[in-house]
Write a protein that binds this ligand. Structure first.
Ligand code: AMP
Ligand code: ZN
Length: 450
């Protein structure tokens, strides 16, 4: 089956033709971890989780590699850490854990690779140095800037004239810039600010270079699918495209560029700066299940705007309750493969409204309904759902490595088997520091929250 996806670069639905069908690669720009995720932030997480499940279905699970980065160095993070008088790691760990837990509650599986900006600084420095060597960037006053004028293709992704882009992005006018659209690859850090040594002095990277360097590190020059929310199209993705093409002799950064539309509340884009936000945790605490929230996010096509209202949630809840009544108590073994029309609808640019319409027609076939809901990733209908839902899926980050609790327990058992007690103790202690207690019993190790 051919998967067709709307490509922002070509402005049409393109057939997905992976560079290597045995290693289909996808990179999605992840969160900047300094606050709790709102339900708008969850839209790309859920949309690309559905796409990942479709890719795994089409190409086999172990032939799909999905990376979603964590931006753990950023001025907002620095400001938050300063306000609390703690190191930035305290802030970034806390909100990465929250992010993974909130997304987990929506049935979003952790990515295969979760690159962290702070552990990829050498790759960024190398890429910046290469851009300077090739005449695409220049250093000035401790800053390094990308020279937009030296890349004639700039603006190809967002297809906006340069002056309009500059006005729209309210770009900063600064004495160290040659052109107003030139953007920062590296900037100096004061003594109080976190920083890394570089050929241009102690400093830290700009945001855009992060993804270009981490895509190259994870996947090489070109990734099959690159995604994020519509607001990332410009300037973030435009800048990533330019940097990577210039660093890699013109090789394209991505074969297909995908952007989800905005979730709005009160007819305005949900956004922290406007204040019209509702947290994923708030919605869960208000009693909406992860199933309702995920299905509500999937009720509109991902490229369309979606207005978030209580009526939408009520409607979705009623639909889910009707399905739940049909299904009744289920054994995981009764799950059939997803309805072919549902898979076909998803292969047509993730047409989730058509997929849900196909589901409505299969309501009487309980095994297929169940398999289809699991395929869409609804947490209450997936593997493990019949036994113990929420707490089997806890994802915990230690030292920048995010894993399911089952994996941490396995890693610790492994370390003990190797008699690497330093490592097994480290895992136990770091989990304990996060309020998770491991209990060794005759049946193996279990965990609970302290
Ligand atoms: P941020 O942490 O602000 O970089 O956002 C994380 C992701 O959420 C990015 O892919 C954004 O494009 C996306 N996003 C932010 N606000 C919304 C919204 N209201 N609707 C849909 N996606 C959004
Ligand atoms: Zn990015």
């Amino acid at each position: 089956m051919t998967i067709r996806l709307y490509n922002t670069l070509t402005r049409q639905k393109d057939a997905l033709v992976p560079g290597d069908p045995n290693r289909v690669t996808m990179y999605v720009c992840g969160p900047t971890v300094y606050g709790r995720a709102h339900i708008g932030n969850a839209r790309p997480a859920v949309v690309f989780d559905v796409l990942r499940r479709l890719l795994r279905h089409e190409y086999c699970a172990d032939h799909v590699v999905y990376a979603r980065n964590i931006t753990d160095i950023d001025d907002k993070i620095i400001a938050k850490a300063a306000a609390e008088a703690v190191p930035i790691e305290t802030i970034t760990q806390r909100f990465e854990d929250f992010y993974l837990a909130d997304m987990g509650a929506l049935g979003v599986q952790p990515p295969d690779i979760a690159p962290h900006a702070t552990t990829s600084i050498p790759a960024m420095v190398a890429m910046i140095a290469g851009l300077i060597d090739k005449g695409h960037a220049y250093a000035k006053d401790g800053h390094v800037l990308f020279d937009v004028a030296a890349f004639p293709d700039y603006g190809r992704l967002s297809r906006r004239p340069l002056d309009e882009m500059i006005a729209g992005a309210r770009v900063e006018v600064a004495p160290y810039k040659r052109g107003p659209a030139d953007f920062v690859l590296w900037k100096p850090s004061s003594d109080e600010q976190p920083g890394w040594d570089s050929p241009w002095g102690r400093g830290r990277p700009g945001w855009h270079i992060e993804c270009s360097a981490m895509i190259a590190e994870s996947f090489g020059e070109t990734v099959d699918i690159h995604g994020g929310g519509l607001d990332l199209q410009f300037p973030h993705h435009e800048n990533e495209l330019a940097q990577s093409a210039c660093a890699h002799g013109g090789a394209p950064l991505a074969r297909i560029w995908m952007h989800n539309g905005f979730l709005s509340m009160g007819s305005t884009k949900m956004s922290k700066s406007l204040g019209n936000v509702v947290g994923v945790d708030d919605l869960l605490a208000a009693g909406w299940s992860g199933d309702v929230l995920r299905l509500a996010l999937l009720s509109a096509h991902y490229r369309q705007p979606l207005e978030w209202t209580d009526e939408l949630l009520e409607q979705i809840r009623a639909r889910l309750e009707r399905w739940q009544r049909r299904i009744g108590a289920f054994e995981p073994g009764t799950r059939a493969p997803p309805h072919p029309a549902l898979v076909a609808a998803l292969a047509d640019d993730l047409n989730t409204p058509a997929a849900l319409a196909a589901l409505a027609e299969t309501e009487s076939d309980v095994a297929t309904l169940l398999g289809s809901l699991a395929f869409l990733g609804l947490p209450g209908f997936g593997p493990g759902a019949a036994s113990a839902p929420a707490e089997t899926t806890a994802i915990v980050a230690i030292g920048g490595d995010s894993r399911d609790m089952a994996d941490w327990i396995a890693a610790r058992a492994d370390a003990r088997k190797r008699k690497d007690f330093a490592e097994s103790d480290r895992i136990r202690d770091e989990l304990a520091a996060k309020g998770i207690v491991l209990e060794d019993g005759p049946g193996g190790t279990t965990w609970r929250r302290a």
